[in-house]
Design a protein around this ligand. Structure first.
Ligand code: SF4
Length: 487
């Protein structure tokens, strides 16, 4: 399913709301993982743990150049190669160069949102390189020619009946909706691909500067195979995904798996950071780490938004967000859906272009409560909205809706002038009459107001203002009590 060129947040959100299967799946996801994580954080025997992790993340970000250079030195000492890519294009071109040099025909991938961010799969396929996703959810999405809709549960929008039909068609097996049988079918198909692959491409959950190792968590064992069986392993990471010390690294890994899937630690934790040594039984002959900026330096340089880089992509904020929980992930048009996507996508890809994302969230604060590193997304959502309301040179943000701006200026003038305000209410009351339905609501306005009633009804203006009703009510009461007194 290729995405339409124009962003259709509202339309896609409506599709999500109308999709009954999606609603059921999202409800189950949020009931289990969202509530589970909140209960878990509430019962932590060390309540300061998340605050400490956050402080440590901020400290590392403030010294990011030092951490990254230490990481690169340690990886190079172990025989690996490190490439700093300024843009998505740089990262793609470097990967293609490595692939060509090694005569790569097939790539097996471990889940990597960064590769989706830079459009790597398309570039590899254009160069006649077969790309196979090995994470089960990603593999399903790839077979369906669809797009992921959750950070760690990419096929949450598909139910097992749909997956059963898909496997029957694409893997040529008999239809079944039995999860273990479906998983076995995927394993059989993927194992062959793993054995024949020339190159493994993965993301990186968290890299450790002090040890020069990148860590990858998984529950399926696919990462271990994708990083050790092919001749070449290339890992992609954003510049921010580095911990300075082993203690920070360990702390973040534990918070990551707890936030993501309520696990103390995932079933597999793989460490990579160099080429195979002479006495190693397996491992890649070449190891490459591509450290991608692609707009992150601008975020790092801005004190208002730097905090968003503390994110460890656990997906917990999606599991609690009332907006994501209804519309699903496709409406966000980004590898990063949900509340984290509503902040980071506009910052990486343009605030004006992705304006709907930050405006669509409710600011309920649940994402902050659930986040393992207490990323204050609600504060940053508001900051983004401010940029849209007033414009911002640094972020090249123009005033998103100039008409809205002038409307509010006019509104401010009106409400500061009592007689004018009351006159306007009286006029509005008369003018609205043709639009009020039998049910007492306005369901269709004209002009700029039509956008409001396209998605919701509007309560009409009351015939009498609140202050007038209040006054009348009190004067009635006073009259009554004086009558009783006289009686
Ligand atoms: S913002 Fe927090 S909860 Fe959301 S993905 Fe990032 S680390 Fe997880």
């Amino acid at each position: 399913m290729s995405r339409p060129p124009k962003l259709q947040y509202t339309e896609d959100a409506c599709h999500g709301l109308e999709n009954k299967d999606l609603q059921k799946n999202l409800k189950n996801l949020q009931n289990r993982f969202g509530k589970g994580a909140m209960t878990y954080w509430a019962s932590l025997d060390d309540p300061q743990r998340r605050d400490r992790a956050k402080k440590q993340r901020m400290r590392t970000l403030e010294n990011l150049d030092v951490a990254l250079s230490m990481l690169a030195t340690n990886i190079e000492k172990a025989g690996g190669h490190v490439y700093f890519a300024k843009t998505a294009e740089d990262a793609v071109n470097y990967t293609l160069r490595v692939a060509r040099k090694n005569e790569v025909e097939t790539v097996v991938k471990g889940k990597s949102m960064t590769s989706a961010e830079i459009g790597l799969d398309e570039a590899l396929e254009k160069n006649d390189i077969e790309v196979v996703e090995t994470d089960l959810g990603e593999y399903i999405v790839q077979l369906a020619e669809d797009e992921p809709s959750h950070i760690i549960a990419p096929c949450i929008h598909l139910d097992r009946q749909k997956i059963g039909r898909l496997f029957a068609e694409k893997l040529d097996i008999e239809y079944t909706d039995d999860p273990p049988t479906l998983t076995q079918a995927a394993r059989t198909a993927l194992r062959q691909k793993m054995l024949n692959a020339d190159m493994g491409i993965t993301g990186c959950n968290i890299a450790c500067a002090a040890t020069g190792k990148i860590s990858l968590v998984s529950n399926e064992g696919n990462i271990r195979m994708a990083t050790t069986m092919p001749r070449v392993h290339l890992a992609l990471m954003g510049i921010e995904r580095v911990a300075a010390t082993m203690t920070e690294h360990q702390e973040l890994l534990q918070l990551l798996t707890r936030g993501a899937s309520l696990q103390k630690l995932s079933t597999y934790v793989s460490f990579a950071g160099g080429s195979k040594l002479a006495d190693d039984p397996d491992g890649p002959k070449e190891f490459h780490l591509v450290v991608i900026d692609n707009g992150r330096s601008a975020i790092l340089a801005d004190e208002e938004f730097r905090e968003v880089l503390t994110c460890i992509r656990c997906g917990a904020c999606l599991n609690i967000c009332p907006v994501y929980g209804r519309i699903g992930g496709h409406a966000y048009h980004s590898p990063y859906p949900g509340p984290i996507g509503a902040v980071v996508t506009p910052l990486l890809r343009g605030i004006n272009k992705y304006a709907d994302l930050c405006k669509g969230e409710t600011l309920c604060g649940a994402c902050l409560d659930i986040c393992p590193v207490k990323n204050d997304l609600p504060r940053m959502l508001l900051a983004l909205r401010r940029k849209l309301a007033y414009g911002d040179k640094k972020w090249q943000t123009r005033v998103h809706k100039p008409l809205e701006k002038w409307t509010f200026k006019l509104w401010r003038l009106l409400i500061a002038n009592g007689p004018l305000y009351r006159l306007m209410l009286r006029c509005g009351y008369q003018l609205q009459k043709p639009f009020v339905t039998k049910e007492g609501m306005i369901s269709k306005m004209i002009g700029p107001g039509s956008k409001w009633t396209r998605d919701r009804d509007l309560q009409p203006l009351a015939g009498e203002s609140f202050s007038k009703r209040w006054k009348n009510r009190h004067s009635r009461r006073n009259r009554k009590s004086s009558e009783v007194g006289h009686g």
